[in-house]
Design a binder for this molecule. Structure first.
Ligand code: NAD
Length: 290
């Protein structure tokens, strides 16, 4: 397929490289990042979109996505699909879908889970919102860049699934870390704690697959001095998006709010910036209740 790829950063670069390696003709644009091997460079986002059957975007936030969409949609061929894989607010995803419909092209929101390692390995999970016909066109590309793609519903449903998932992830990581810190003070060995919880009703992905205690459970960023992995800054971004969405629809999300406030403090006032989001454990370790 002919693909335009806009945003060749940490995630977009390897995703575009995998598409090119699978034999697709990929033309990329990024004002800063240098493109990966096999991806031709365009001078603008509009140029990357010209003649493409699918235009993929992988951008920092909703405001930038809206700007890029305004530039790209008029340059796209009628019937082509704009597939945004960034994590953005639900409102921006829906606004871009409406703008695309107006411009005679289809739009999907297809945020990902799996991080940079998943982007490089081609094992991402996509959560897709939008029209089924457009999903069918893009599915073979998602199968190159990832392992799973779930069609979640209409425009914005992919972003809704992503922020709900990450709200659960943020809150469970915090409570897993605070439980380890409590266990320390109760004199409970961390390995025993893992053996019990990972096979009991307190289990979760945070405990079983991404254990925040170094030397315990499977290898995780905790075993690499909490280098990300999934950075606390990105978790904060997603928790803010979930609170923005919750406020917009008047949903009561007290634990999601508390998780956002804690990551905000950790990233903006403490030493969390640039560290993995599981570095909440050493934070709790050092603190008392006061
Ligand atoms: P990044 O900052 O490495 O890449 C974003 C790229 O967009 C940059 O190279 C930047 O130059 C480019 N860009 C900015 N404005 C542009 C414009 N107007 N036109 C074209 N390109 C432009 O970020 P990333 O880590 O690749 O993340 C991209 C998205 O994926 C974000 O929405 C992020 O929340 C999401 N995400 C990231 C991860 C992760 O682990 N990094 C995991 C899941 C989802």
């Amino acid at each position: 397929m002919k693909i335009g790829f806009v945003g060749l950063g940490n995630m977009g670069g390897p995703m575009a490289a995998n598409l090119a390696a699978a034999g697709h003709a990929v033309v990329g644009f990024d004002p800063v990042a240098t493109g990966p091997d096999g991806v031709d460079r365009a001078a603008s986002a509009a140029e990357a979109a010209q003649g493409a059957e699918v235009v993929i975007t992988m951008l920092p936030d909703g405001a930038i996505l809206r700007r890029v969409a305004r530039e790209v949609i008029p340059a796209m061929t009628a019937g082509a699909v704009l597939c945004d894989c960034s994590t953005v607010d639900v409102e921006s995803a829906r606004a871009v879908a409406a703008q695309a419909a107006h411009g005679g092209v289809a739009a999907l929101d297809a945020p990902v889970s799996g991080g940079v390692a998943g982007a490089v390995a081609g094992t991402l999970t996509f959560m897709v919102g939008g029209d089924a016909d457009a999903v069918a066109i893009v599915n073979p590309l998602l199968a190159v860049m990832g392992r799973n793609a779930v069609h979640c519903g209409g425009p914005g449903a992919g972003q809704a699934a992503k922020i709900c998932n990450n709200m659960i992830l943020g809150a469970t990581m915090i409570v897993t870390c605070e439980a380890f810190a409590l266990a320390d003070r109760l004199g409970l060995d961390r390995a025993k704690m893992f053996d019990v919880v990972s096979t009991s009703s307190g289990y979760s992905w945070s405990m079983n697959a991404y254990c925040p205690a170094p030397g315990v459970g499977p290898k995780s960023p905790a075993d690499n001095d909490y280098r990300p992995g999934f950075a606390a800054d990105l978790m904060l971004k997603d928790l803010r998006l979930s609170q923005q969405a919750a406020a917009a629809v008047d949903a009561d999300t007290p634990l999601g709010l508390a998780a956002m406030q804690l990551y905000e403090r950790f990233v903006e006032q403490e030493d969390g910036r640039g560290r993995d989001f599981s570095a909440m454990l050493p934070r709790f370790e050092r603190r008392g209740r006061g």
